[in-house]
Design a binder for this molecule. Structure first.
Ligand code: GLP
Length: 240
């Protein structure tokens, strides 16, 4: 696992966008597994700029999202589908047929998870997976204790995660469950980038990088990955 410390959030976002752009330039039909949250917003902004200014094209790229809340209508303002359309897909030349989300409103969520896992596999697996990290070390919505051999499935969110994400739900009704790509699904990506910014991530980052590889700290699995890079700003790296 490589660790790169950037000066601040802007530098981190630029570096992350550069990595994604390089993957897409090298392989225009690359398969990407992408995160939501506040951390990747700067990266998405930079990618949109690269598309507009330097003609970076995503027309042959296949996109999968890491996770989605269970039970939220797809056009709900806090759904991850809404987030991705607003911050990336509607602003670039993405092919709608190549954009995939876990189906949070499927009548049979377990079957939807299986379909999603199959779709990732049939696309050839992810060439590049970009991750954020939760304050408790979660990746996607794989909370502490998520089995390393898990696949796309329905999960119950940690109370601490629901509290942090509550600001996206003015109604106060934060979903209790979500669909997430599993730990094994993520781990099988050929390259993984994890982004972390800010002092409130420092403990989780230190545990992921320097602690034992353990299901208690989901992001620690990256220590075992042959091509994983952590992009950190100085604050997120302050516990190392
Ligand atoms: C959410 C998402 C994760 C994300 C994490 C951190 O729970 N499911 O994929 O990495 O929060 O979010 P943020 O970047 O806003 O701190």
């Amino acid at each position: 696992m490589k660790v790169r410390v950037l000066h601040d959030y802007e530098a981190l976002s630029l570096a992350a966008a550069g990595e994604v752009a390089a993957a897409v330039r090298e392989r225009p039909d690359a398969v990407l597994l992408l995160p939501t949250g506040s951390t990747p917003l700067g990266m998405y902004r930079r990618l949109v700029e690269m598309h507009r200014r330097s003609g970076l094209s995503f027309s042959r790229t296949t996109f999968f999202n890491l996770d989605e809340y269970l039970g939220l209508p797809p056009d709900h303002p806090a759904s991850y589908r809404t987030y991705m359309l607003k911050n990336l897909y509607s602003l670039i030349d993405a092919d709608p047929d190549r954009i995939h989300f876990p189906d949070g409103t499927a009548p049979d969520p377990e079957a939807a998870c299986e379909r999603y896992e199959t779709a990732i596999r049939e696309a050839g697996g992810a060439d590049l997976c970009v991750l954020g990290i939760g304050r408790n070390g979660h990746i996607g919505f794989n909370e502490p204790g998520a089995p390393f051999d898990s696949r796309t499935r329905v999960v119950r969110l940690a109370e601490s995660t629901r509290r942090v994400n509550a600001s996206d739900f003015p109604s106060g009704r934060v979903p209790e469950r979500a669909i997430t790509a599993g730990m094994a699904t993520i781990f099988e990506s050929r390259r993984i980038l994890l982004l972390a910014s800010g002092a409130d991530k420092a403990r989780a980052v230190a545990a992921a990088v320097e602690g034992p590889v353990s299901e208690t700290v989901p992001a620690s699995i990256l220590q075992r990955h042959p091509d994983a890079t952590l992009l950190l700003d100085q604050e997120a790296a302050s516990g190392l």
